[in-house]
Ligand binder design. Sequence first.
Ligand SMILES: N[C@@H](CCC(=O)N[C@@H](CS)C(=O)NCC(=O)O)C(=O)O
Length: 211
Amino acid sequence: MKFYDCATAPSPRRARIFIAEKGLADKIETVEIDLRKGEQMSESFRAINPRVAVPAIVTEGGEAICENIAIAQYIEAHHPTPNLMGETPLEAARVSEWNWRLEFEGLSAIAEILRNSSPHMKGRAMTGPRNIEQLPELVERGRIRIEYFWEDMNARLTESAYIASDRFTFADITALVLVDFSKWVKASPPETMSAIWDWHAKVSARPGCQV
Ligand SMILES: N[C@@H](CCC(=O)N[C@@H](CS)C(=O)NCC(=O)O)C(=O)O
């Protein structure tokens, strides 16, 4: 299996942490795609992911899988321990439910702020093969969205030791990357949200999350 990564970007870090938490870091070949140099647009990478985004994996059978959730499901099916996607039907549902919220209400809000404000992303307000112009109004909306989401995440972590369950799962990986990514646009959770910050310190200390 090959893993297409980018050391500086948040989305591939999710797959990198997942692979490390599974103890597979030494077993999977990593190929660095430098987004700052635009390497995702190269013909060779387009042949792997026509949607020009990382992460991606290519399986032993030559199949490309290009979304974090799908990569995690594929790796979990082949390497079931330690379980990260949910042991019971209910836990698996909670992992999916929180992961979706973290992506849609969290990561997409931060991406909305970054991609509609950064001068480096002019004409590239969305990932993908088609160029889309920035809309400055979305920056303000992204900030409102993330502030509301931090409230929900802090409330969840006040009642639960981890995001989806009483143990570390894939949802915690998405949440860790979200909190770290939010710093890029100065939209981190407020210091007073101690449930988030206590959880963040605990999760950040895991060896698999040091990548
Ligand atoms: N939903 C995708 C998101 C992938 C994504 O947005 N990747 C970004 C890096 S964080 C990318 O490749 N961007 C390329 C670009 O901006 O052209 C996933 O979670 O796998």
